[in-house]
Design a binder for this molecule. Structure first.
Ligand code: GCU
Length: 610
């Protein structure tokens, strides 16, 4: 019976002390601490790939510089799980990144697991031992780059690329280097102005010279920096639009400064009008990313990566894949997910994300070369707030490594085995709970693709009209007859941003996947769904079912009392109890909301408050 949550999925791992050498040296130390006999052979050409072979009584691991370390962890984890470690693996994505949204005052934007792991009171402040362990965790699932600071760059984080803070950045880079993890700095587009120029115009030579100087300085401290991450012209951040320049001009400025050092410029495409008038039906926020970028295909330098959120809105429970991910064939892209459970239960409600990732991959004919996720981490003892939310970080690493070969169920089995021990008697029950958790959460919060009915600002709990009359472009426009936005060719035209086969499928309510019906269509409550229920009845049913299923999760958890370490049991029990409260709140409020409009009662005569 084990669940040592401080060590996440590596509770069995040996003691190696802080490593400061190459990833191959770290690999050797890990193997020897566990008494595993394995030869390590570095073949630089293999890059992140590795091969594990039998060699006499032991093994041989051959791989690139970081590849051998990934191989060492694979060997240790497979041994522990009693699986055959002989394999040959190449990662599906080149950059497998995490973005921290940590502010230097210690607050984590959309953080649900305590404070920052890196910063406190506007200074670097971290537990060095823990940092090394974090490096091991990342390498054990193949993550090879992280940004430390929030994409919304607040003072003094804008100084991370100046002499003032670079010595501190270097120290952190030195820690992660031994684990094959490179740093990314989130930069403020207006830094030239902050530091004394009268402009940040990307076409001004002085601005280019500024960045050239700055980047030279940065690489003198951190020669293997992965690059910069930029959120520009988005949610009040500065950007090239301030100078009437497009985003290719804006991104290339920084890319050119990074290029001589092999650095990448990672540019987020989360750009939309966040001062919309709800009265105005002519703007449709999901269209924004495509409109801002698609026409620029081919104009970005080759070391620019466009970082595109998985959906066109903003990490809602259910969204279609962003149409921008199908577009721009001549541009390098990264797909962005959010492990931080902002709209998905805030690490209180259970939500295992792999089923959602499978849906995204199923909708995409080509996976982009890079992948990124906003972390769910903080300085809580268990790293992720909810012990079980650790599974999302682990699974993300596996998905980033395996791409289409990823299997969310197998991955979960491994995670349970690693975390709770390979002989954990309740593995099947826990697996079932976690695999159904996304669907349960969706049922009580966001049916049929309806999003944004959340409490403003906090984004936890229901508020059907919380964002309805606001300026964020997040409307469902429910009235007594219908709900949803018509995004077809007769409506906002959003659907036309998709390749033809998808556009055709989504355009017709009869062929549109029902789970996204109200994302694409405005439908009457009496619309008859495929199974014969009305749309309204389906909304009622889903809310009731979601509540019942969350009660069942609590029961299941309680059934494991005594079979889990007491501390883990109690900690999560509290979360499951909160989840039931939340689900009840959603169920009652949403059902009442629709009942008050329609005055149509539930066919099954369950209690709907009026
Ligand atoms: C969401 C989130 C913000 C965040 C933004 C982003 O809108 O609520 O806190 O800054 O995404 O991705 O930049």
């Amino acid at each position: 019976m084990q669940f040592i949550s401080e060590k996440c999925w590596l509770p069995f791992i040996g003691d190696i002390g802080p490593m400061t050498g190459t990833p191959a040296q770290t690999a050797a130390a890990e193997l020897s601490a566990m008494g595993v006999d394995a030869e390590i052979q570095v073949d630089e050409g293999m890059q992140d790939a590795f091969r594990i072979e039998k060699a006499g009584e032991g093994y041989q691991i051959t791989g690139g510089k970081s590849g051998v370390l990934y191989g060492a962890y694979r060997l240790l984890m497979k041994n522990y799980l009693g699986q055959d470690p002989v394999c040959e693996e190449t990662p599906a994505y080149k950059l497998r990144m995490l973005n921290h949204w940590d502010n230097m005052d210690g607050h984590v934007e959309r953080g649900y697991a305590g404070k920052s792991l890196f910063f406190k009171e506007n200074k670097f402040c971290y537990d060095e031992k823990r940092m090394h362990f974090y490096g091991r965790m990342l390498a054990s699932v193949g993550i090879n780059a992280i940004s430390l600071n929030n994409v919304n760059v607040h003072y003094p984080a804008d100084r991370l690329c100046t002499e003032e803070l670079l010595p501190e950045v270097k120290k952190i880079a030195d820690i992660f280097r031994a684990y094959g993890v490179r740093l990314i700095i989130s930069v403020d587009y207006a830094l030239p102005v902050t530091l004394g120029l009268d402009t940040a115009d990307p076409l001004d030579e002085r601005v280019q010279a500024f960045w050239d100087r700055q980047v030279k300085l940065i690489y003198s401290y951190v020669p293997d920096l992965c690059g910069f991450l930029v959120k520009a012209d988005s949610e009040f951040r500065p950007g090239p639009y301030m100078y009437k320049r497009n985003h290719a001009e804006g991104a290339n400025l920084l890319a050119r400064a990074l290029k001589p050092y092999g650095g990448m410029l990672i540019w987020r495409c989360f750009v939309y009008n966040c001062r919309q008038d709800w009265r105005d039906h002519s703007i449709d926020r999901p269209k924004a990313a495509y409109e801002n970028y698609a026409y620029l295909d081919g104009q970005f330098d080759d070391n620019v990566i466009l970082q595109i959120k998985n959906g066109p809105y903003d990490f809602q429970v259910r969204e279609p894949v962003s149409p921008l991910l199908y577009a721009m064939p001549a541009t390098t892209k990264a797909i962005e997910f959010q492990l931080a459970q902002e709209y998905t239960g805030q690490q209180i409600d259970l939500y295992y994300m792999a089923p959602m990732w499978h849906e995204v991959m199923d909708q995409l004919p080509h996976l982009p070369p890079h992948i990124v996720a906003v972390t769910n981490l903080g300085d809580d003892q268990n790293w992720t707030g909810h012990d079980l939310a650790q599974a999302n970080l682990y699974a993300y690493g596996c998905m980033a490594w395996q791409g289409r070969a990823f299997n969310g169920e197998e991955t979960l089995k491994d995670w349970i085995g690693l975390s709770f021990g390979p002989d954990f008697g309740e593995a099947k029950r826990l697996e079932k709970m976690m695999l159904s958790s996304r669907s349960t959460y969706e049922k009580y919060t966001a049916n049929l693709g309806l999003g944004w009915m959340v409490t403003p600002h906090s984004h936890y709990g229901p508020d059907a009209e919380g964002y309805e009359y606001d300026f964020w472009g997040t409307y469902h426009r429910a009235n007594r007859e219908a709900v949803g936005i018509d995004r077809t060719d007769k409506g906002t035209g959003y659907i036309q941003q998709y390749p033809e086969e998808w556009a055709k499928l989504y355009n017709d309510p009869a062929t549109c996947p029902e789970k996204m019906l109200l994302f694409f269509h405005r439908m009457r409550y009496d619309y008859v769904m495929q199974d014969g229920r009305t749309m309204l009845q389906r909304l009622y049913d889903d809310h009731f079912e979601g509540l019942e299923e969350s009660e069942k999760l609590l029961e299941d958890w309680k059934a494991m009392e005594g079979k889990l370490p007491e501390k883990s049991y109690r900690h999560s029990l509290d979360r499951f109890e909160k989840q039931v409260k939340n689900a009840r709140n959603w169920c009652d409020r949403m059902n009442t909301y629709f009942y008050r409009f329609t005055l149509i009662p539930d066919e099954k005569c369950r209690k709907i408050y009026d």
